[in-house]
Design a protein around this ligand. Structure first.
Ligand code: ATP
Ligand code: MG
Length: 389
């Protein structure tokens, strides 16, 4: 009798012709997640199993698998050779040891057995009742389900609880995106949400050392690392933004500081995106959250993007919803650290809230040698290859 972790993925997105492609990417991501553990991963038709692992690793393996997008649920099961007495004994073990209601579900792929599913369920239920008389059967709304899954390969799997996993699509099946990653609450959540749809994430962060501290940069590195169990390895570009900000400060109307900064940020991000083969930019903007996220501000930022679409997965989310999500993905505590972002440097007292597009363009025009400034920033970028943690 062995312990096995049964993995399930969503059926919906696998129905089409791309099924084997999705399955292949998912299997690759699962193997990468399991790399630190000693165990075997098997893939048979419609099913994935993790076997031969040490009991001491079970919790850690499950926690890790819960972060693999594309997996919908898992169960820890007991695997035994198909034989009735052994099935009954294992089902009794699997049933709860405190008073409550249960039912037995039987799936029987092995049609050679002498009893059908219903008969097996009835007999298993009766055995459980005899061994644990404090339990009662409730077929319609049981507190606990004992699952007996009799496979064709001569093995039966018995399991109780089903643990929900992250859902979504396997990372790597929906192209690549360049995330503008700040140290705030929003952008890590935005990256996580796109990864959940199967997107491979790259990131760019603009920092204004020495106006902002080195800790502000470390904070962003920590945030990106926090995302790696879900997203896989992340390439993070840390781009020096100080010179550009000083130039904007010197040349442009102070109230347009943020507007012009945003335009230059997306220009750089788009260049890096093209270099990495990314098909979109991703930001953590949410409509109306701050002055730079009014419809007009967003329009004047988007205007500076040449060809790529900008995805804003948080556009219609409330700050409280975003914060809750940040807690769930464990980026909250890092984002909360008080280090300044480059956007707070040279912050005007009275930023335009509804910039007119023509004015935004005209203000950016005032920058001298913008292309050279951008090239200098990209040349000075630090490229960090963050491995899965
Ligand atoms: P966040 O919580 O993500 O910092 P925010 O509410 O602070 O967002 P803004 O500062 O207006 O909002 O930034 C909007 C978006 O612009 C961010 O979500 C992020 O995608 C991008 N951004 C802002 N600052 C930076 C930065 N220093 N480096 C990279 N991207 C940035
Ligand atoms: Mg911010």
């Amino acid at each position: 009798m062995d312990k096995v972790i049964l993995l399930r993925y969503g059926e919906l997105f696998l129905k089409g012709r791309n099924r084997s492609y999705f399955e292949g990417v998912l299997a690759r991501n699962i193997k990468a997640a399991l790399a630190p553990f000693s165990c075997t991963f098997t893939r048979t038709q419609n099913r994935y199993y993790v076997e031969n692992y040490s009991f001491a690793d079970e919790f850690a393996i499950i926690e890790r698998l819960k972060k693999v997008f594309g997996l919908h649920s898992l169960s820890v099961a007991v695997k035994l050779p198909t034989a009735f007495e052994e099935i009954y004994a294992a089902a009794i073990d699997c049933a709860p040891s405190v008073p409550g209601t249960f039912r037995v579900n039987v799936k029987r792929a092995d049609k050679k057995l002498s009893m059908n599913s219903m008969q097996i369920a009835v007999e298993t239920g009766a055995r459980i009742l005899r061994a644990k008389p404090y339990l009662t059967v409730d077929l319609h709304d049981p507190e606990y389900v004992v699952n007996v899954d009799i496979r064709e390969n001569g093995h039966t799997y018995i399991f109780g609880e089903t643990v929900a996993c992250a859902g979504g699509m396997p990372v790597g099946t929906a192209g690549k995106g360049m995330l503008l990653l700040s140290g705030g609450f929003d952008s890590p959540v935005a990256g996580w949400r796109m990864a959940k749809r199967g997107m491979k994430i790259f990131a760019v962060h603009y920092h204004s050392y020495p106006h902002t501290s080195l800790q502000a940069k470390e904070k962003v590195v920590d945030l990106a690392k926090k995302l790696t169990p879900w997203c896989g390895g992340i390439t993070l570009y840390v781009v020096p933004f100080t010179h550009i900000q000083e130039e904007i400060h010197r040349r442009c109307n102070a109230n347009f500081m943020i507007t012009v900064m945003r335009r230059v940020m997306v220009r750089i991000a788009e260049k890096l995106a093209e270099k990495e083969g990314c098909g979109c930019l991703i930001t953590g903007e949410s409509l109306g959250q701050v002055a730079s996220q009014t419809m007009e501000s967003i329009t004047s930022t988007e205007d500076a993007v040449r060809a790529l679409p900008v995805f804003r997965p948080l556009i219609a989310m409330d700050k409280t919803e975003i914060m809750e999500q940040a807690e769930r993905i464990d980026t909250y505590e890092i984002s909360k650290q008080p280090f300044e972002d480059c956007c707070t440097v040279f912050l005007p007292r009275d930023p335009v809230i509804h910039p007119k597009l023509e004015e935004a363009r005209a203000e950016e025009e005032k920058l001298q040698e913008e292309e050279a400034l951008i090239a200098e920033a990209i040349a000075g970028a630090e490229v960090l290859e963050l491995k899965e943690e």
